[in-house]
Write a protein that binds this ligand. Structure first.
Ligand SMILES: *Cc1c(COP(=O)(O)O)cnc(C)c1O
Length: 480
């Protein structure tokens, strides 16, 4: 055990004792979560394992400080140390991504998107409107003027990728606030190939003339050409917003470069920090200088007070992502997704778009006679943690679905390589082949119940344990 491992182990052992002295059930659940994560094949594409340094950074009194405002310009006194950590997070982000401006305060990816939306509305709609009205400040408007401005702000258009093509809820999905506060339209993928059709996106954009064009995804297993997206946005006068929540690690690790790197092409880029980027649970906005002043109004106009302890952990995680080792990691994430995809196709399973060139694969389980819900449950019984996901034009809807989304970031962090991902595909296919869809009480086909053949779960768990034991999670961490 290295000195650092020994320090980490004693830090956590002691921290858990302190927690247990107040509420032992919380300490116990925390211990159990480590055991559970260590013992399962985690293939959830949006999850990862942050380093002990990142995790430890979150457990401090930086949480105790209010710091609404921006670095050096706070609504509270005594924010010098929060200024330090927020400025460091922003500096690392700018350097890592080559961004003109970085805003480290958003508490999550959805919050980052809300900041971006309001920033675009402020910069493109409210600012010009106020100028025309001969005012610089909404507080100076008459009630009648304010009513008109509200009408303007509430009547803008957004074009984003549809949920069942792989987009996110916040990209204009009707029930989400993004689909209510904007007039929305959605673009999908080509029904034949499952791939983004840029000509179709451009045609839609020309007709709809959105204020905001959103690119980015949660479940699209392919790369996106952001230079083309910017051309489309420019042609129709839209702001290009790229949500790289899922693939920020591949951008940071220089797997996505040139036209596939959103930062040089987008006006605004939003992200989470906890997915492939492997940082603390949180969000971030990158922007051009043009949008920086309106992004800065995020807190307290859109967001609650910034989380000093989490911004500190973002700074630590981004410092890690600037190390050469992170580029090796990111390349392995992409290579491993290839191995996983090939592992499925060579065993006859169907993948949406026929494969992957990012960190995730979308397995269409209808060929096994199952819904996504049944597949997800059977796999969980066998210790394989995934999530069900719609496939394009899904006949089973967004709740039962026909797909399983699988990602490589987490197990790659544990050290899995080609052979382990090929074996993982084999185990998943074995579970699905041995799962039968159940019937409803009325005797019809059920979309939820299922039966996994005897012995399969235990066999798969044993085979997984063998791989997991070879690649321990937090290898130096030994809780007393
Ligand atoms: C995960 C995700 C989000 C939301 O992130 P949260 O931190 O859960 O709020 C937003 N956009 C995309 C594309 C995502 O994949």
């Amino acid at each position: 055990m290295s000195d650092l491992d020994a320090l980490t182990s004693s830090a956590y052992s002691q921290a858990l004792e302190v927690i247990a002295s107040v509420e032992p059930r919380v300490a116990e659940a925390t211990r159990q979560e480590l055991a559970d994560q260590r013992g399962s094949l985690k293939l959830i594409a949006s999850e990862n394992y942050a380093s002990p340094a990142v995790l430890l950074t979150m457990g401090t009194w930086l949480s105790d400080k209010y710091a609404e405002g921006t670095v050096g310009h706070r609504f509270y006194a005594g924010c010098q140390n929060i200024d330090t950590v927020e400025a460091l997070a922003a500096e690392h982000a700018r350097e890592l991504f080559g961004a003109e401006y970085a805003y480290a305060q958003p508490h999550s990816g959805i919050d980052a998107n809300l900041v971006a939306f309001w920033s675009i509305l402020a910069h493109r709609v409210e600012g010009p409107w106020l100028e025309k009205a001969g005012s610089k400040n909404v507080n100076e408007l008459t009630e009648a003027d304010w009513e008109k401005l509200r009408h303007e702000l509430g009547n803008q258009r957004l074009l984003g990728m549809s949920l069942d093509a792989g987009g996110h809820l916040t990209h204009g999905f009707r029930p989400n606030i993004s689909g209510k506060m904007f007039h929305q339209q959605q673009y999908g993928t080509d029904p034949e190939t499952g791939l983004l059709d840029y000509d179709a996106v451009a045609a839609k954009a020309r007709e709809f003339k959105p204020l905001v064009l959103v690119a980015g995804y949660s479940a699209y297993p392919r790369r996106v050409n952001f230079a083309k997206m910017r051309e489309i946005a420019d042609e129709v006068g839209a702001t290009l917003m790229v949500d790289m929540a899922h693939f920020a690690g591949l951008v940071a690790g220089k797997v996505f470069t040139g036209d596939e790197d959103p930062v040089p092409h987008a006006h605004i880029v939003t992200t989470t920090t906890h997915k492939s980027l492997r940082g603390p649970r949180g969000g971030m906005v990158l922007a051009t200088e043009e949008y920086a002043p309106s992004v800065d109004r995020g807190c307290p106009m859109v967001l609650g007070g910034p989380l000093g302890h989490v911004m500190a952990a973002k700074a630590v995680a981004l410092a890690e992502a600037r190390q050469p080792a992170f580029q090796t990691y990111a390349q392995r994430v992409a290579d491993n997704a290839q191995s996983l995809a090939e592992g499925f196709t060579k065993r006859g399973a169907t993948l949406v778009t026929g494969g992957t060139d990012n960190h995730l694969v979308l397995l269409d389980v209808s060929g096994f006679g199952l819904t996504g819900r049944q597949a997800e449950s059977a796999l969980l019984d066998a210790g394989v943690v995934t999530n069900r996901n719609s496939v394009p034009a899904d006949p089973n809807g967004a709740w039962y679905t026909s797909g399983i989304r699988l990602g490589t970031p987490a197990l790659t962090t544990r050290g899995f390589g080609h052979d382990e991902f090929d074996r993982t595909a084999e185990l998943i296919v074995e579970v699905l082949r041995n799962t039968e869809a159940g019937t409803t009480k009325a005797g019809g086909p059920s979309k939820a119940s299922y039966a996994l053949a005897d012995g399969v779960a235990a066999k798969v768990r044993d085979a997984s344990a063998e791989m997991l034991d070879k690649h321990p999670l937090y290898p130096g961490l030994d809780l007393a």
